[in-house]
Ligand binder design. Structure first.
Ligand code: BES
Ligand code: ZN
Ligand code: ZN
Length: 496
């Protein structure tokens, strides 16, 4: 889909659909909506009076052959109260418009921004909203609906004075939206089409195209580095593990400035291992590499946005399988850091691979860490599919992340990390154990475990188990992978 910005009078646009948004107000027909109303001979005013056009969030009003416009259709989307027209709502409005029109075989769409709204920020949100709404999970369907596509999304309503700002926002939005979809595409792949080696190949190809440095560690190199925690998970599978390392180095980095380490869990399929999961719903565990995909997508965006900060991305990738060589409950493993781990449950494998991933990112020079992982079912119990669970010990670093989450409209909620929880993972026969000793707080225990390997380095853990996958389609987003945390982390890195 091509997204462009054009400075043109909206009434003259020869498009399949002109779309804009209406605020929930005592008088929804005002400003540009009033202009359209005038051209249409008062039709919108009559709709508003009859209660059909109210501006309620995501209300849809579609008019065919609207009088006074050259467009074949006029689509009005409710945007709620004007004060609450934030980037999250802006993306939804663009997304609802796009998915609605796409389902009607409409190919060329113009999106009109309202009076006084022509900003850089809005153009970014519209581009992100349209691109993420356009994403489908039909890659493996042979009867793809061939006519259901929008190939041109034109943003209008910007004057000559605002054009440059609008284009800047549009470009940034395109980069971020595409990065999010890149991550979603990876998550959508089933495990037979995305082994650790294939994921590494895809990351390498992306890195070469984007101009990032890339190193793929194979099973031999991983063993040489003594990544015992990662290897313990991988040993149950015939598919060899990989560690994907992508590095972005700015042209003129500040000496002594921060080096961000992004570490993502990439379990390309999680059966649970010997502590095997129930069959019901297990197919969803192809998404257990979403943390890794998120970080790879972020690197793709950073390569294009060129922030002035060095970023190292480390993605440990493996399957978690119950093969004949699989690790068993009670096994004791030595992580790359030298810490010994008693594996009480082989299904708590994410924290094992992150232990080595986080340690390696530090060794490569990261001064500030963020990890993302579909780590626990417990975070789904705590926060459902609404908020990402945020864990960490350095409040300055956490506050920066939470500010970025707020700015980009991704919901994230900080969870406690009191010292008391440390007791839960004290080992009986090794330094630490990989699950808590039966006292609840499962998501926190997982975070406490990873903290052991972050040490004193400022570190944040994002548990995206509840938010990386949409169980039901939304009017602005397909069912399946969401690409959550891409926007927040791109914002965090680019605003350092
Ligand atoms: N990949 C899962 C986390 C998960 C579980 C995501 C359910 C979405 C839904 C992770 O590897 C896992 O299995 N965690 C265990 C940990 C437990 C054994 C301490 C869990 O949450 O059940
Ligand atoms: Zn697991
Ligand atoms: Zn897992």
């Amino acid at each position: 889909m091509k997204i462009t910005l054009e400075v043109k009078p909206f009434a003259d646009l020869e498009v399949d659909a002109l779309t804009t948004y209406v605020f929930e107000d005592a008088e929804p027909v005002q400003g540009r909506i009033a202009e359209i109303d005038k051209l249409s001979g008062g039709l919108l005013g009559r709709l508003s009076k009859s209660g059909e056009l109210t501006g309620k969030p995501l209300e849809i009003t579609l008019l065919h052959a609207p009088t006074g416009l050259k467009s074949a259709r006029l689509l009005l989307i409710g945007a709620g109260k004007r004060e609450q027209f934030n980037p999250a709502m802006q993306r939804k409005v663009a997304g609802v418009a796009l998915r609605n029109l796409k389902s009607r075989n409409v190919h060329k769409v113009a999106f009109l921004v309202r009076e006084n709204d022509a900003t850089e920020q809005l153009a970014q949100a519209l581009a992100e909203g349209a691109l993420t709404a356009d994403f489908e999970t039909d890659k493996y369907k042979t009867d793809k609906k061939k006519d259901k596509f929008v190939d041109e999304f034109v943003i209008v309503g910007y004057g000559d004075a605002e054009k440059a700002a609008g284009e800047k926002g549009l470009n940034r939005g395109r980069i971020i939206g595409e990065a999010q979809n890149f991550a979603r595409d990876l998550v959508n792949e089933p495990s037979n089409k995305l082994t650790p080696a294939i994921l590494a190949d895809k990351a390498e190809a992306m890195a070469k195209e984007a101009g990032l440095a890339v190193e793929i560690l194979d099973e031999k190199k991983i063993a040489e580095l003594k990544m015992g925690a990662l290897l313990s998970v991988a040993q149950g599978s015939v598919e060899p593990p990989r560690v994907i390392v992508l590095t972005y180095t700015p042209a003129n980095a500040k000496p002594g400035g921060p080096v961000v380490g992004l570490v993502g869990k990439a379990v390309t399929f999680d059966t649970g291992g010997i502590s095997i999961k129930p069959a019901d719903g297990m197919e969803k565990m192809k998404y257990d590499m979403a943390g890794g995909a998120t970080m790879i997508g972020i690197m793709r965006a950073l390569a294009a946005l060129k922030p002035n900060v060095k970023v190292i991305c480390v993605v440990p990738a493996t399957e978690n399988m119950p093969g004949g060589k699989a690790q068993k409950p009670g096994d004791i493993q030595t992580a790359m850091s030298g810490k010994t781990i008693e594996v009480l449950n082989t299904d708590a494998e994410g924290r094992l691979i992150l232990a080595d991933g986080v340690h390696y990112a530090k060794q490569l020079g990261a001064t500030h860490l963020v990890d993302a992982a579909t780590l626990t079912g417990a975070i789904v119990v705590a926060l459902a599919n609404v908020n990402v669970g945020v864990f960490g010990t350095d409040q300055d670093w956490l506050d920066k992340l939470l500010a970025s989450a707020k700015a980009t409209g991704e919901k994230m909620w900080q969870m406690p990390m009191d010292d008391e929880y440390r007791e839960f993972i004290k080992g009986s026969f090794a330094d630490i154990q990989n699950v808590g000793s039966g006292k609840g707080g499962g998501a926190i225990t997982g975070a406490m475990f990873i903290r052991e390997f972050a040490g004193d380095t400022p570190w944040i853990h994002l548990d995206i188990a509840g938010t990386a996958w949409n169980d039901d389609a939304k009017p602005w987003l397909a069912k399946g992978p969401t690409g959550v945390a891409v926007r927040t982390l791109v914002h965090l890195v680019t605003s350092l």
